[in-house]
Structures are given as C-alpha cells and as structure tokens.
Design a binder for this molecule. Structure first.
Ligand code: BTN
Length: 337
C-alpha cells in the first residue's frame, strides 16, 4: 500500500501543553504570569499569547498579565497533559501526538508508523483540513466539536484478520457513546458506522501496511460527531451528533477515554481469544448483521438482499434477492426500502 504524506501542521507546542497542565493542576489558584513563564520556560508575553490562543479554542481562563491567570473550568481539550493520566491503564497513553490543526490524523499516523512509531501511539487533532473517509470520501472535521484521532497498532495477526480491528473499534465506539450519553438505540452498521436514528455519529477508517504473510502496521482512524450543532447541507440527511441527538453537550474527553479503554480491552481479547470473539460480539449487537433488508453498493455492483451474518474474518454475507449468498468485502450497506 502506498505511503501517505502528511503536512506537519500546528503540532501542539509542548510548552502550550505544559501551560495548560499547570493551570489544570491548580484550578482554584491564580497563577502569576511571571511564575507560569518561569515554570514553562518562556517569556511572559508568550504566556499571554498562548492564553489568547487557548481562549480562542474555548478554554475559559480568567485574568490577564497583571493579575495572573486562573482556569475557570477544566477544558474539554485533548492535549497530552490532560489525556495521558486518564489513559494510563491502556496501551494508548504513552505516545500522544496532538495537533490543533492537521490535514488528516490517519495520514499523519501512517507516516509516523512508517518511521517506526510504536504500537499504541495516538494521533489526535482538534480540527482536520482533509479528514479522510472510506471509499475516497472526505470526513467533515469541524474545529473542537468532534473527535478526530488515529491509533497505530502492530498486531501479531494475519492480514486477512485486519478488518476485525474495524469491528472492534466500532464496538468500542458504541460502548463509549452509549456509556456517556445513556442512549440505548445506537446502531452499529457493518463494517464501521455508528448510527443514531439512521444517521451517522461515528465513522472508522482502517488503513494498513502489509505483505502477504504479515501485517506491518495498522492505523485505525476514528471520527465521532460529539458536539456539532449543524452539518453542511449535503450531510444533513445522513449525519448527526451526540449533541443533536441528546439536546446537550458531552465531554469529548470522556467519550475518547471511554472509547480507548473499551478498544484496549477488545484488542486484548482479540489477541487472547481470537477474531471469532469480536465477530460474535459484533453479530450479537449489530442489527445489520443478520436478517436485515439492505442495499449493497460495491465499487463493482449494486444489489439488494438480506444480511446473513459475518464469516470468521468479519466479512458480511448477504443473501441476494436472486437467492445467491455472496461475501461483501467492501462497499456501502444501507437499509433497503
Ligand atoms: C467513514 O465512515 O467514512 C470513515 C471516517 C473516518 C474519519 C476519521 S477522523 C480521524 C481519522 N483521520 C482521518 O482522516 N479519517 C479518520
């Protein structure tokens, strides 16, 4: 598979991360600009510029250079200082690359994986300018409303089992979204969509580098529509957010941590119990896996039929209306009229 180039845009400056960490550690205290500057190792005017930058991202910081600064609420921003302690129990808290703005976290993660970045590395962005969806589509990635992240995996699996990682990520996304919102009507649609009321709240794009025998690395990229209040006209009929569904905002941090904890658990189960454990679970919870009337659009053909379960590698079987049962390896599956 081709290597994707990613522009290194606006990576979190480690010092902005430290500034936020400092304010988060002392939420009730006014910290003087001079003290922050000393501890972070920059000038007081740099501290002021960064405070402004963080405010623009929605972080509520009271004060100014003369009085000092105080964090009003713990911010829903996904910088490593805030994220790493909450991911300590998983494989994903050790290497975190955070970007305020990037083209695509998948592109960046593929590049980093090619450069040798280890298993468990997390690449996360507040905004993507060229978020990638499946089948060459774009992923709408509005600033600080959603979750846009990718993890690098180096699984000891045969390449034909890589799609099971997408199913595991979908299960994790469902568990996290349901856990944080309390919704009991979220639907998983093969292979990678999480739907509320038939509209998408989460999508997953798995990309990999493999040869015939071995997976070298896999990048699982996940986008969750958390706090979007609207979507571009063309997406309105097919996309929604947890906020639009629940009528309130949700903590992106909570959704992310919950999701990565669940994914870590399912990944370990995949390695210990084999792919069938994930496929079976997906079949149990996805109303699209069995007995659902669907329209299937692959790059080669389009047909309607009824879903007939998944095989061991996670491939969907569909009994076509002409009576023949086929394996769907890639493509779009939607509810048939
Ligand atoms: C789809 O349903 O089409 C898959 C969407 C995947 C979007 C995520 S957002 C984070 C990661 N980076 C990308 O460029 N894409 C994935």
């Amino acid at each position: 598979m081709a290597k994707h180039a990613a522009a290194p845009l606006a990576a979190t400056d480690r010092r902005v991360d430290r500034l936020l960490g400092l304010l988060t550690e002392h939420p009730m205290v006014v910290l003087s600009g001079a003290k922050i500057a000393r501890q972070v190792g920059v000038s007081r005017s740099a501290v002021w510029r960064w405070v402004q930058k963080l405010r623009a991202l929605g972080v509520r910081i009271q004060g100014h250079p003369k009085t000092g600064y105080q964090l009003v609420t713990v911010p829903d921003i996904l910088v490593p200082q805030v994220l790493a302690p909450r991911l300590r129990a998983t494989a994903f808290g050790r290497r975190i690359h955070h970007f305020f703005k990037i083209d695509s976290t998948n592109a960046r993660a593929l590049q980093l994986a090619g450069e040798g970045e280890p298993h468990g590395t997390l690449v996360i962005a507040e905004e993507q300018t060229a978020g990638r969806g499946r089948l060459g589509r774009a992923w709408h990635s509005e600033k600080t409303s959603g979750l846009y992240f990718s993890v690098i995996l180096r699984p000891p699996l045969a390449p034909q089992h890589a799609p099971v990682l997408t199913l595991a990520a979908g299960l994790a996304a469902r568990e996290a979204a349901a856990g944080v919102t309390g919704f009991n009507n979220l639907e998983l649609r093969w292979p990678n969509d999480l739907l509320f009321g038939g509209k998408k709240v989460c999508g997953i794009l798995t990309e990999m580098q493999a040869d015939a025998q071995r997976l070298h690395h896999v990048v699982v990229g996940i986008g969750v529509n958390v706090n979007h209040t609207r979507f571009p006209k063309e997406l309105e009929p097919i996309a929604t957010s947890l906020r639009l569904a629940g009528g309130r905002t949700y903590s992106r941090l909570d959704v992310l941590v919950h999701l990565l904890e669940a994914f870590d658990r399912l990944y370990n189960r995949l390695l210990s119990d084999g792919p069938t454990s994930i496929v079976t679970r997906f079949t149990e919870v996805s109303p699209y896996a069995r007995g659902r009337r669907v329209r299937v659009k692959t790059p080669w053909e389009e047909f309607t039929g009824t879903t007939a379960g998944l095989d061991d590698t996670g491939v969907l079987r569909v009994k076509r209306d002409d009576g023949k049962t086929v394996a769907v390896l890639a493509g779009d599956v939607t509810e048939a009229d």
